[in-house]
Design a protein. Sequence first.
Length: 631
Amino acid sequence: MRKIITFFSILIVSLVCMSSTPTVYFIGDSTMADYDPAVYPNQRGWGQMFRNFLTGDISFVNAARNGRSTRSFYTGSDSLWAGVRTKLKAGDYVFIQFAHNDEKLNGLSDPLETGGIATAPWEDYQLYLRDYIRDSRNLGATPILVTPIIRCYFSGNSITEKGKHNLGTDDSTLNYVRAMKAVGRELSVPVIDHTTLTTNYAESLGAINAYSTIYVTTDQTHLNPIGATLYAQLAVQEMLKQNILTNFLNASPNLIITPGALDFGNSYISGFSSSKLSISGLSLNPESGNITISTPDGFNVGLSSTGTFSTTLQIPYSGGNLSATDVYVHFQPSDEKLYSDSLVISYGSGITKKIFVTGNGLSMSSGVGFSVNFPLTANTTPVVSGPVINLEETWSEMYVKNYASIANWPEGVTGTASQRNSVPNDAWPAGEIDINTSRFIQFGVKANEGTKLTVDSIGLYAGAAGGSGLKYRVLYSKNADFSNPITLEDKISNTSNTMVVLSYKPMIQVTESEGFYLRFYPWYDGSASTKYFCLSNMTIAGKVSTINGISDANQDIINVYPNPSNGIYRFKNIVPKSQLEVYNSTGQLIKQYTVSDNCEINLDLTGFCKGSYIVKVLSQYKSYTGILLLK
């Protein structure tokens, strides 16, 4: 009987796991990744557009990231593969596409100890592909290999071998596509030959039309929105031919919308945050009419970033098609609360799609201001104002060459010296099409114990010295390992010896267990020397507020209000006969009270310097510690 019970228990558990909603995970590089339309108006990954071809009860996570190879996605400090692996369950799918960045050293592997990203096709590249497959199968998920899309390298009417990821003079030795297919045969893994599919499609258009139709104008690797949609459709058609996800794919969607959701984060009441959707239509029925967008409370839409915004918007179309149209979305909170709902996009006889939107309204009145300013004219010493912990500037695979003047500054700005940053031996490597995740400059701030930060402003000057081929990306994260980063800027066009203004309003709340980490990732468009990434006058600013109340490990709460305050604080729920002590930031005792029987006390810090103070409440049984903010 025990064996029978065990068998049926396993059977029931298996059926429950298989009956839950499957999730499709994409892992790969920048050609597959998601892009914020507000930051990248003309660039998409084909994985981002793949969402539009999904139908039915299935979830989708595009974990692909810029600059990643099979190695760096698996072993990188930002733990991208570990983040996917911990969520995988039986019935899920993992689509694996790499090669673009594995090719960085023309078919050789970086030494493992350097943390580099390049892999040799028949060695480390295959090794990591096998690791992804093994890990996925061990968790009951189904791995699918996807060969890389082509680079738009034409010779006459044909894509070159290098464009098809064969870096050698024969058809095998340095061929990443053949190496991936060999792993598929070895381990009986389905392979989507996206290289051949995209080769055939691009060649059918011809060199000039393929480049203008499919790729961004700045390189021959990354995709514009139309190209990303077309390449996603090619992959979907091949999946259906191989009976992969047949119940969850529609190869001919009518409405194509990107992104699939908008998270506005935090925004002050009476202010707004802005983002953007791209909407296009194919084979719409009826052939002419309007696409209507309706917004929930707290959100408005418009066709121009500076035009009229309203709760509804109509976009006319004809001929059954709507060319890609940008729709701007404003989050304008009126209350201090979380807003979470959906935009409804509809046309025809009740055909609708929903785009999830969320945002958090914040009060402007609460908190004490802080700022950390790095002049970066002679050293890295910052000027810190307010109750915040500054994190020193740090470098990875970079260093400060010197502090020197630069010729051109924005109009009206009196130029000073800037911090010139370079790479080891001042030699920028060839073959980099995207960021190197091991090369960056980092700044940051953290909250004091008992407080939280709202980073609402970042401003600086940045530029290139010595050449115009410098590119850089600006990202932030709330995690010390820089996991789940958000892109603020992608500067892929820079003029030599010229500084530009960078200004952001990120509205990021950071608790005492987190931090705000800001990174600059520079790279060069080819092998070069004596080229420098320049920074000057960088400021991170915002507000500091306390975590409500003061509590001990048993979660007993002493109420303190207002906090922050102009000087007068009222304490409630204190144990009678307690001692209340206040210390300044250097640890000096500046106030001391004995609490009477009524469990309340008014504390007066009027006349003391603005900033943070430590308050301790001591009784016979317990002690409490908290932060007071004086504004």
